[in-house]
Design a protein around this ligand. Structure first.
Ligand code: ATP
Ligand code: MG
Length: 236
């Protein structure tokens, strides 16, 4: 499991997270919800040890190994894959080149090896466009490529930061199906999602962040039936 304990984190001029704790059990998809600017991306980057932000205190362990203080590439080699918000890609590299340049690790015992061929089975559209460059891809194709790059590492834990942001409904469904397929392959996921419908469709449980603190944690089923909480923290 991913065990985040009391992380406080922030930027030069401001502390953003104030003692955030959450658990992502092995094999589950846990949603991290909250309005804009509440600290979701800051938490993902703190776990992944990407700077900024700077972690002030707290702990995050994946399968018992402490990630705090570990260089980002070592965190990745423990099997922690990141799908960053805004899908940072290289405009001049092709789809295939994006997949070739990422670091790879051996898959966990009994798990799928995410070769480009296997990735193109999950996202046939990427296979059709493997010689297209980053700047020739649609928003949905870029998002698939961002997920594909993270898969190439053979992750056991995926940190996904708004993978459906800005996508048309049909592409959103495609990403949802991919996320659920990864779960069937045994990947554990912490999913930041502003699309509430998507979050409720794919997650097992959810945490809600408000100004850098966890204000609610429940099963997804409970949240579906809790209109007061939905209204109070998510404005729906
Ligand atoms: N590099 C940075 N330097 C200074 N402040 C930052 C930086 N990145 C984010 N912040 C601030 O930290 C706060 C939390 O931002 P964060 O990106 O974590 O929010 P978020 O919940 O991911 O929002 P969104 O849903 O819009 O992606 C915001 O007030 C933001 O302005
Ligand atoms: Mg964000």
């Amino acid at each position: 499991m991913l065990d985040v304990k009391s992380i406080s984190s922030g930027y030069k001029d401001a502390q953003i997270l104030h003692g955030v704790s959450l658990v992502v059990p092995e094999g589950k998809i846990v949603g991290l919800l909250g309005r804009n600017g509440m600290g979701k991306t800051t938490l993902i980057r703190s776990i992944m040890q990407v700077t900024p932000p700077n972690v002030i205190s707290g702990s995050a362990t994946w399968r018992g190994k402490e990630l705090m203080g570990m260089p980002t590439d070592e965190v990745a080699m423990l099997g922690v894959g990141l799908v960053p918000q805004g899908r940072r890609l290289f405009p001049s590299l092709t789809v295939q080149e994006h997949l070739d340049i990422v670091p790879k690790r051996a898959p966990d015992a009994g798990h799928v090896d995410w070769t480009p061929e296997r990735i193109y089975e999950l996202f046939p559209r990427l296979g059709e466009r493997k010689r297209h460059r980053g700047n020739q891809l649609s928003g949905g194709e870029r998002q698939m490529l961002a997920i594909a790059r993270a898969l190439r590492l053979n992750p056991s834990l995926l940190l996904m930061d708004e993978p459906t942001e800005g996508l048309a409904p049909v592409m959103v469904q495609h990403v949802e199906r991919a996320v659920l397929e990864l779960k069937r392959d045994g990947i554990t996921t912490l999913l930041v999602e502003q699309n509430l419908h998507s979050a409720l469709t794919v997650t097992d449980e959810v945490y809600i962040l408000e100004t850098g603190q966890v204000v609610h944690h429940c099963s997804t089923q409970e949240l579906v039936n809790d209109s007061a909480t939905l209204h109070r923290y998510l404005g729906v």
